[in-house]
Write a protein that binds this ligand. Structure first.
Ligand code: PAF
Length: 280
C-alpha cells in the first residue's frame, strides 16, 4: 500500500495507475475505521482495480458546538486496516494541504441539505460537499462509494455530481449492522454497553414500520407516530426527527409508497444516531 499526504505525490501515483489501465475508486472517510467502512472498501474493490481511501477529519463540516478537536483519530490502526483490506493508496492530507489559510470558496447544495440532519447541523453539508468536491478533483475517481446509512449525504452528493457535471459514478453501499440490528457507526463506541444493547430499538422501529406498510398502512403520520412511541419508550432516548421522504428528492410524503425512505435521528443517552430503511 502506498500512503501519501501531499497533492503532487497523490496525483503522480494515481497517474501511474491510470497509465497502467486501472480504474480508480474512492472511499472518502474521516478515519477511525470500522466494519462499516470496510464494507465500503469491499464494494469499491469489486467495481474497480485501484482503491484510493482518504482519511481527513474535515474541519469545515463541524459546527461550533461540535467538537472537531475531540473527534477520535486512530491513524496507525486505520493504516493497518487499509493494508489488510487491499487498499492501493491511502491519502492522509494535513488540513493545510486541503485548505489554504485564506480559502474562500465553498460548494453548497441548496435544497436537499435543508431538512433532516441539515436543519439540526447548520453548515454541515456545505462542509461535506466542499471537501468531497476537492477530493473528487484530486483523485478524479471513476466511482466513489458512500454508505446508504448516511442517506441524506449520499443523495446530496449525487445531486452535486449531477448539477456540477462531475464525471464520477456514485455507488451507495448497503448499511452494515451489528448482530442486534444497530447500524454500524463510529459513534456506537460512545454508547455504554446497556444503551448500545437498547439502541437496537431504532432498527426495530424502522422494520416495524416497513411491516406495517406491507400490511397496508400507508399513512405517513401514523407510521411516524408509532416509530417515535416505540423508540421513546426507551429511557433517555429522544427522537430528533422521523421522516418519510422521497428517496431521491428527499421531499416529505404523506402516503408511503415504493422508493420512500423512512429516516430517523435519535439521541440515545446523549449520542446522536441515524438510520433509515427504503421501502422497496
Ligand atoms: O461520511 C463521512 O465520513 C464524511 O462526511 C465524508 C464523506 C468523508 C466527508 O468528510
Amino acid at each position: 500500500m502506498i500512503q501519501v499526504s501531499d497533492v503532487d505525490a497523490l496525483r503522480r501515483r494515481i497517474g501511474e495507475a491510470r497509465s497502467a489501465g486501472r480504474t480508480v475508486a474512492l472511499v472518502a472517510t474521516m478515519g477511525c475505521l470500522h466494519a462499516g467502512h470496510r464494507s465500503l472498501f469491499a464494494v469499491a474493490s469489486r467495481q474497480s482495480d485501484f482503491l484510493v481511501v482518504s482519511i481527513f477529519v474535515n474541519p469545515l463540516q463541524f459546527g461550533p458546538t461540535e467538537d472537531f478537536d475531540r473527534y477520535p483519530r486512530t491513524p496507525e490502526a486505520d493504516a493497518a486496516i487499509c493494508r489488510e483490506d487491499g487498499v492501493a493508496l491511502l491519502f492522509t492530507p494535513h488540513p493545510r494541504t486541503m485548505y489554504a489559510p485564506d480559502h474562500s470558496v465553498v460548494v453548497e447544495e441548496t435544497s436537499l441539505s435543508r431538512g433532516l440532519c441539515g436543519s439540526h447541523r447548520p453548515g454541515h453539508f456545505r462542509g461535506v460537499t466542499t471537501v468531497v468536491t476537492k477530493l473528487f478533483n484530486l483523485v478524479q475517481p471513476d466511482i466513489a462509494v458512500f454508505g446508504q446509512k448516511d442517506a441524506q449525504q449520499t443523495a446530496i452528493i449525487r445531486r452535486m455530481v449531477r448539477d456540477l457535471n462531475i464525471p464520477v459514478r456514485i455507488v451507495a453501499a448497503p448499511t452494515l449492522r451489528e448482530a442486534n440490528g444497530l447500524a454500524i457507526s463510529s459513534r456506537n463506541r460512545m454508547l455504554d454497553q446497556e444503551t448500545r444493547r437498547r439502541a437496537s430499538v431504532i432498527h426495530q422501529a424502522l422494520r416495524a414500520a416497513v411491516d406495517a406498510y406491507r400490511q397496508g398502512t400507508t399513512n405517513a403520520s401514523r407510521l411516524c407516530r408509532d416509530m417515535v412511541a416505540r423508540i421513546e419508550a426507551q429511557p433517555d432516548f429522544l427522537v430528533e426527527y422521523v421522516a418519510t421522504i422521497d428517496a431521491e428528492s428527499l421531499e416529505p410524503v404523506k402516503n408511503v409508497h415504493q422508493n420512500v425512505l423512512l429516516a430517523v435521528a435519535v439521541r440515545a443517552g446523549g449520542v446522536r444516531l441515524i438510520d433509515n430503511e427504503l421501502i422497496l
